[in-house]
Structures are given as structure tokens and as C-alpha cells.
Design a protein around this ligand. Structure first.
Ligand code: S3P
Length: 181
């Protein structure tokens, strides 16, 4: 093969090489996405990418402050930008903010090279937190749960119920991931 042939072939091979798929975790604030995501990253040797952490890093401030300064709408714009950038990642564990799947375009970006797992947790096991402006009271959590549950079910490739330990959930996700890839 001369040099010219070689240069013609290489990009084609690179193009055809399949990306490994991301393991994407979705679900309510406080469902345990970060805990399960950390375990999955450890088990697979992959990087854990947390969309909220990326947003905070870009903004140089905490989520609560971002909400105070530019409101939920501004936050959602930042979230969409961060998720779009993740289209170039194919071998990570991605933990998404509870509202990240509200926008269709975000779901499309995440599904391009990822499998979305909905981490389903009983409402009574989710606790409010001051760090989460949309989930800092039981009333807010209940309302969010009711409005988002059908959406989570609809967009998810797989639903995993968090009734055992986070380790059990991580192992179940890994098994199902392997079945699907
Ligand atoms: C949100 C959930 C939060 C964070 C932001 C908005 C939501 O992430 O993205 O406060 O809309 O439910 P966690 O699910 O990690 O708490």
C-alpha cells in the first residue's frame, strides 16, 4: 500500500470505530445518582461526569447562586450547553441534574451515545436539601415527583428501582448495560 492509499483509509476506519456508550443516570434530586454514579465509575474505571458540577465549574458559583442570579431559565440554558458538549464523550458515567431531561434536545444529546437509566426511588425516601433550590421542601419534592415521573419513565432506556443498597443498583445497571451494548 502506498502512502496515498493509507491516508485515504485511515479516516474511514476512525469514523467507523464505534464509540462506547455512556452510562447516563437520570432521576429526581436526592434519588442517589451521584452515589450510584461514583460506584459505577469505580467499577468500570470510567470518569464520572456530573452535569451540575460542570455547570458550577463553568459559572464559578454554586447552583443555588446561579438560580438566584439568572433564574431557572438561565440555569437551563447552561445545562443544555454542557450536555451538548458531552455529545463528544462516549465512555463516561454521566450523572444528570434532576431536570436535565425536561428538554427534548438534552435527551437527544444524551441518547446519541448513551444509555439512559432512570433511578427510581420511593418518594418517602427522598429528603429535601437546601443545596437544591427546586427540592428544598417536601411539598416541592412531591410536586416535582408527580409531574416528572411519567417523563422519566418515557425517556429512559431502562428503569432501575433503588430499593437495595447503592452497590446493588450499580451492579444491576452494569448487567443491563452489558446486555444492551
Ligand atoms: C434540579 C436538580 C438539581 C440541579 C438543579 C435543578 C431539578 O440536580 O440540577 O438544582 O430541576 O430537579 P440534582 O438532581 O443532582 O439534585
Amino acid at each position: 500500500m502506498d502512502l496515498e492509499d493509507f491516508s485515504r483509509e485511515e479516516p474511514e476506519q476512525a469514523f467507523e470505530a464505534p464509540l462506547k456508550k455512556n452510562i447516563v443516570l437520570a432521576g429526581m434530586s436526592g434519588a442517589g445518582k451521584t452515589t450510584v454514579g461514583t460506584l459505577l465509575a469505580r467499577l468500570t474505571g470510567r470518569t464520572l461526569v456530573d452535569t451540575d458540577a460542570l455547570i458550577e465549574e463553568k459559572a464559578g458559583k454554586k447552583i443555588r447562586k446561579i438560580f438566584e442570579e439568572i433564574g431557572e431559565a438561565g440555569f437551563r440554558e447552561m445545562e443544555t450547553a454542557v450536555i451538548r458538549e458531552l455529545e463528544n464523550t462516549g465512555d463516561a458515567v454521566i450523572s444528570t441534574g434532576g431536570g436535565a431531561v425536561l428538554r427534548r434536545e438534552n435527551v437527544e444529546s444524551l441518547k446519541k451515545n448513551g444509555i439512559i437509566f432512570f433511578l427510581e426511588r420511593n418518594l418517602k425516601d427522598i429528603e429535601p436539601s437546601d443545596e437544591r433550590p427546586l427540592a428544598d421542601s417536601l411539598e416541592k419534592i412531591e410536586a416535582l415527583y408527580a409531574s416528572r415521573y411519567p417523563l422519566y419513565k418515557r425517556i429512559a432506556d431502562e428503569t432501575v428501582h433503588l430499593k437495595g443498597t447503592p452497590e446493588d443498583a450499580a451492579m444491576e445497571i452494569l448487567e443491563r448495560y452489558r446486555d444492551k451494548t
